[in-house]
Design a protein. Structure first.
Lengths: 349, 389, 322
């Protein structure tokens, strides 16, 4: 479930494809119990998502849900699933508060913004050694808390922080850019999605803000960032993400196998959260393989699961968070996104 | 009108037959009307059954969409109809009051832990107040100026909510309490959940039907009140303002006060719906209150027949239901919706079930709200329309 | 705070002027149609959106994806503006023909016209997202994703004010917009068509009696207003290098605000309103933060309307001032 046709569908379609891949692979083995993948297009709208979830529970009798994709809709859908006792695994909702509700049937396969923000901040202050940082958010449910986490962490490191926000439905960010130019920072962090991020980056560089390093979070990890900014402007931009993208230079056999299969099936390189979508669906497939067919049984299986996924080792805590807490840093090099390494270890080349 | 045109003739006949029905209705004795009203309410209560749902919305849960968007739109449209249809004030920011109601529920419910019923009453009061505050400076403006200012206010409220961290900023507010439940309701010796498979006062998460019943109850109350107003002195004053504000003023109608009243009533209805909606949906955020919602509700009012309550409700029902029914057409449903809206206005600009007064005006060719028609110009003068006051 | 203002004053002014000029060009369409028909052409925002795609079509078909110089650059820019004008003016005329004229002929209420416009607006947005962008611009599955324009014009510095750079593209937008305004002003004040438009705005009944072909005048009004939005679309695309199917919405609201601000129905008012709005937004953002930009412009609008309900310059195509 997620926004399959709306403006941010770029972040939802890859994990959907990832999930589809697992289930197709599984069904090809002709198991006793086949899994059917039903798609629900919520367009990222919480109210629509709730109605769809109820349809899914009552009429389609789903046993598990991959999604919801965004944090906003998750907040509305998860209580419904909780009461219906349907397990869900989100591959992309990263809002911190989601795990604080005591939900038993809700899980996610990636660390939350509370982990992502500080890790990126540590990298900005440590790996990139920035002293004066300009933090911008897009006033979205996702961008604001992420940027706030970065601000807070940078504050504890004695870094000078200047703030502004932008409206992602706009395309002219000149007032933000003017502020950045006046503040002369040596690093900029943007909490928001790639469409606005690309435009922002371009307008920054056009305005002569050339030296400040540009950082962003998982929402901007998409080639749309490079397209929007232009390859020359995007060069060197750094993006943190709790996700693990199989970039072409990866050597790990398992990841490579996934990337090749994905490419063969969808004639595209696996993009953001594709691996997470794959892993989320894998958990369900493993549950069914182990002979669990009712939602409660599957949920029990998920609670005790310990599976080697493509993106990480999948093991859930009691509140639904995944144990592994690695944040990866990516860098734009030569017009492509490349992996720099884990945030704690990555070095700027 | 060109009577050779078969379409025009069809339209004419349709109008005629609806006239006949209405005449008969107007002469029906009171007790017979009450039977119809009761039948309608029973019909509304039976509506969320699965057998109807499988036809009405094969792709989503019928009971859920009966609450939102269908029921929500219907109630909002009734509220907006007071402002637009009856008092003739073009309001493009109606969503602002819905937002105020929603936030009232969310804040009072989560911060102060108030009971839903208390909040409903307080929320209606707050919304009426906000309608007055908003109306006082803006209602001196007329026509399109009012439209753009209300649009501006709708956006201001949304963006302010988004920018104010004290009320959750872009995250909105989570964990909004449900109305208090009375489980296993037994009335007249009937256990509802056993007999009908639904617990009508259990406000949980899973079953949307109790909320829908609550909405129906609210709608019934609102409809009765609105109808009473329409037939009272207030309603006549509104009609006078709508038709010719200057003449109304000259005849001694305190126009400004009645316009404020219309705004306050419309706002209260929108706000009540906001409270109810927030109580069901657990979490709200500023993006639930986009301009598009204002535009959609306005489209519902005009499409159904501005000023005529059954028409407005029909319009709201269609506007909410059609895109859900045709989910099968997937992405193309909004495209078709847009085209239908245009086609409807071309072929039936007075709406599906127009108010009779409006239709009479249309026949005269003045169109009631200023002329677009260059061929059959209206009698009113144009220049001073906006500038006066 | 005040220090910030002084530091950012010049860049904010330049950006405000450039953006304000685009608002002004779009506002013209609202103002002209309102002057003649007393109707808010709500679908005008989509006319602008289609203008950006019309302009996008030129480099797309020519397969340009690197910066140009000299005559090639001028040629492409002129072609883009023309294509934008053509696409927008065509859309505007078609809108009038399909969505407004039937209503006008039946003497429908203005409210009905407004709803028709909202319907047309949704239809056009979805048409682009579902059909035109995926097929014509060869972006299957990506109709709702923003589409970028490759850099055509290098962002070179033209001159600087107090150490703040003024770039070529910014000057281009401002100059081209002002040029268009002058042309339009002449058109309305000194040609036969212009006289017809003014006559219709003042009093349609008398205009008909005087032998003005009112249908033609209305068509021309939409055509001219559409063409201006097309210019705005092309200029926007050249300087900001991106567009999407939903871009018209915000511009539409802002441009309408600008039109009301300057005095609706008044052509010069549209220019003043647009530029004032552009500047106020940028100055306000310095003080309150960029996220309050819209709130600032709407608040200004409400204040202006409360104290001077006819806008800064007063409304009126009909009072023969335009």
């Amino acid at each position: 479930m997620g926004d399959l046709t709306g403006p941010n569908s770029g972040i939802v379609i890859p994990p959907r494809n990832g999930a589809k891949l697992v289930i197709d692979e599984y069904n090809k083995t002709n198991p006793a119990v086949k899994i059917e993948l039903v798609e629900y297009d919520s367009q990222g709208d919480g109210s629509k998502a709730v109605a769809l979830a109820q349809q899914a529970i009552k009429d389609d009798k789903i046993v598990g849900l991959v999604g919801p994709a965004f944090s906003g809709e998750s907040a509305q859908v998860a209580p419904v699933l909780e009461e219906a006792k349907i397990p869900s695994i989100s591959a992309s909702a990263t809002n911190t508060k989601l795990a604080e509700n005591g939900w038993k049937f809700w899980h996610r396969v990636l660390p939350n913004d509370g982990v992502q923000g500080p890790s990126i901040a540590d990298f900005i202050a440590g790996g990139a050694a920035a002293k004066n940082v300009f933090v911008i958010d897009d006033k979205s449910e996702y961008g604001k808390p992420l940027a706030d986490a970065v601000r807070a962490q940078l504050g504890t490191k004695g870094v000078q922080v200047t703030n502004d926000s932008l409206d992602p439905t706009e395309s002219d960010f000149s007032s933000v850019v003017n502020k950045v130019a006046a503040a002369k920072p040596d690093a900029i962090f943007f909490g928001g999605y790639y469409a606005a991020g690309g435009n922002l980056l371009k307008q920054l560089r056009d305005k002569g803000v050339k030296d400040a390093k540009f950082f962003s979070g998982d929402g901007s990890l998409d080639k749309g960032l490079i397209e929007g900014a232009g390859a020359a402007n995007a060069e060197g931009a750094l993006v943190g993400c709790p996700c693990y993208i199989a970039t072409p230079d990866v050597t790990d056999a398992k990841v490579k196998g996934f990337a090749d299969a994905y490419k063969a099936a969808f004639s595209a390189d696996p993009a953001i959260y594709a691996a997470e979508g794959y892993d989320a669906a894998t958990v369900f497939v493993e549950a069914v393989k182990a002979g669990n067919t009712t939602p409660e049984k599957i949920n029990e299986f998920i609670a005790s699961a310990n599976i080697a996924g493509v993106s990480k080792q999948i093991k859930f805590q009691a509140n639904g968070e995944v144990e592994a807490k690695d944040i990866y840093i990516y860098q734009v090099k030569g017009g492509a996104i490349t992996l720099l390494g884990k945030a704690a270890e990555a070095k700027l080349g | 009108m060109n009577e050779k045109n078969p379409l025009a003739r069809f339209r004419h006949q349709l109008g005629h037959s609806s006239d006949v029905i209405r005449d008969r209705w107007a002469h029906t004795p009171g007790w017979q009307r009450w039977i119809v009203y009761v039948a309608l309410i029973i019909g509304a209560i039976l509506l969320p059954s699965e057998s109807i749902g499988s036809f009405m919305s094969p792709d989503t849960d019928w009971a859920s969409i009966l609450f939102f968007p269908i029921g929500t739109y219907v109630l909002l449209a009734i509220g907006l109809n007071v402002v637009v249809g009856q008092a003739g004030l073009l309001d493009l920011g109606f969503v602002a009051f819905y937002a105020v109601g929603g936030y009232a529920m969310a804040l009072l419910g989560t911060r102060l832990g108030w009971n839903f019923w208390v909040i409903l009453i307080v929320g209606i009061g707050i919304c009426a107040l906000s309608g007055i505050t908003l109306g006082a400076p803006t209602l001196r403006l007329r026509g399109d100026y009012l439209a753009i200012v209300t649009l501006g206010f709708g956006e201001i409220i949304r963006i302010t909510a988004r920018n104010t961290d004290e009320i959750g900023g872009p995250n909105g507010i989570r964990g909004i309490p449900h109305p208090p439940s009375y489980e296993d309701l037994v009335l007249f010796g009937i256990n509802f959940s056993d007999t009908f498979g639904v617990d009508p006062l259990k406000y949980g998460v899973l079953d949307p039907r109790p909320y829908y019943y609550l909405l129906v109850a609210l709608a019934v109350v609102v409809i009765i009140l609105v109808k009473r107003w329409e037939k009272s002195r207030v309603g006549r004053a509104w009609a006078a303002i709508r038709e010719d504000e200057d003449a109304a003023e000259v005849m001694g109608v305190p126009t400004f006060r009645f316009k404020i009243l219309a705004f306050a009533i419309g706002a209260s209805i929108g706000g009540a719906m906001g409270v109810l909606w927030a109580a069901k949906s657990i979490s709200i955020n500023p993006n639930d209150f986009q301009f598009l919602l204002s535009a959609t509700i306005l489209a519902a009012v005009v499409m159904g027949g501005s000023g005529n309550l059954p028409g407005v409700m029909l319009g709201a029902f269609l506007v909410a239901w059609l895109p859900e029914r045709f989910r099968g057409l997937q992405e193309y449903r909004m495209l078709i919706f847009g085209a239908v809206l245009v086609a409807l206005m071309i072929f039936r600009p007075e709406g599906l079930l127009p108010s009779r007064q409006r239709k009479a005006e249309l026949k005269e060719g003045t169109g009631g709200m200023g002329t677009l028609g260059a061929e059959v110009p209206g009698p009113e003068s144009r220049g001073e329309e906006v500038a006066s006051k | 705070m005040f220090n910030d203002f002084i530091n950012q004053f010049w860049p904010a002014t330049i950006d405000g002027l450039a953006f304000g000029s685009i608002y002004a060009l779009i506002a013209l369409g609202y103002t002209m149609v309102y002057g003649v028909l007393r109707l808010i052409n709500f679908a005008h925002s989509e006319v602008f959106m289609i203008g950006t795609f019309g302009a996008m079509f030129v480099p797309f078909t020519l397969g340009i994806n690197s910066a140009l110089t000299g005559f090639a650059l001028v040629g492409v820019i002129v072609l883009m503006i023309l294509a934008g004008m053509l696409a927008s003016a065509g859309t505007a005329v078609a809108l009038e023909r399909i969505a407004y004229r039937p209503l006008r002929k039946r003497g429908a209420s203005r409210l009905a016209a407004l709803i028709s416009a909202i319907g047309a607006s949704i239809f056009l947005q979805e048409l682009f997202a579902l059909v035109i962008i995926p097929n014509v611009f060869d972006r299957p599955q990506q109709g709702r994703v923003q589409m970028g324009l490759p850099r055509l014009m290098e962002r070179t510095e033209l001159f600087s004010i107090f150490g703040h750079t003024v770039r070529v593209d910014q000057v281009l937008v401002i100059v081209a917009a002002l040029g268009m305004m002058v042309v339009l002003d002449r058109l309305v004040n000194a040609t036969k068509i212009g006289r017809g438009i003014r006559a219709t705005a003042q009093n349609p009944e008398s205009a008909v009696l005087m032998g003005v072909d009112i249908d033609k005048i209305i068509r021309m009004t939409f055509l001219i207003g559409g063409a201006m939005a097309g210019v705005a679309g092309a200029l926007y695309l050249i300087s900001y290098e991106n567009t999407n199917y939903f871009i018209g919405f915000l511009f539409g609201i802002k441009a309408f605000t600008a039109a009301v601000l300057g005095g609706i129905g008044n052509l010069r008012g549209a220019l003043v309103g647009g530029i004032v709005l552009g500047l106020v937004e940028n100055y306000g953002a310095i003080f309150f933060g960029s996220d309050w930009k819209h709130v600032i412009s709407f608040t200004i609008l409400v204040l202006v309307l409360m104290f001077r309900p006819t806008g800064i310059l007063g409304e009126s195509l009909q009072q023969a001032r335009a």
